[in-house]
Design a protein. Structure first.
Length: 140
């Protein structure tokens, strides 16, 4: 009998704690805070295809701030010194866009290459990974 009352008491506590609001009114359907920056890239990966070794390749990743607060890119890092990122450090207003330009130096490279660009910001998803690939062939 004692176990029965303890079980009943515990179940009532669980039901009471679960009967509160199920959702924060300031959250979006995906659970993210609506008062935040949201970074959305048009594409997250770019392939240069087959290229000859020795040249510098350039590509621009375009994005938009789809949130309700200003977006601030805090850092853009690459996997090696052969890839150099350039980006504007000014805050990006809601609804406005920006770009991250990358330059990849193929000198001394051979075969399939993948470089990763890590973008850190104040967005709801604070770290975004971009990739560039190239199949580098050496000239003889």
């Amino acid at each position: 009998m004692k176990k029965f009352f303890l079980t009943l008491f515990f179940a009532a506590g669980v039901l009471i704690s679960c009967s509160g609001p199920t959702r924060n009114n300031s959250a979006n359907a995906d659970g993210s805070d609506s008062a935040a920056a949201v970074i959305a890239f048009k594409e997250y990966e770019h392939s240069f295809g087959t290229v000859k070794e020795g040249g510098k390749l350039r590509y621009t990743f375009n994005f938009e701030n789809q949130g309700s607060e200003s977006l601030v890119i805090q850092s853009v890092r690459t996997t090696c010194g052969c890839t150099v990122p350039r980006y504007d450090r000014k805050p990006i207003a809601p609804g406005k866009g920006g770009k991250i330009e990358v330059e990849y130096d193929t000198s001394g490279r051979n075969g399939m290459q993948t470089q990763t660009i890590t973008v850190t910001s104040n967005a709801t998803v604070p770290v975004v990974i971009l990739r560039i690939t190239a199949d580098v062939s050496r000239t003889r």
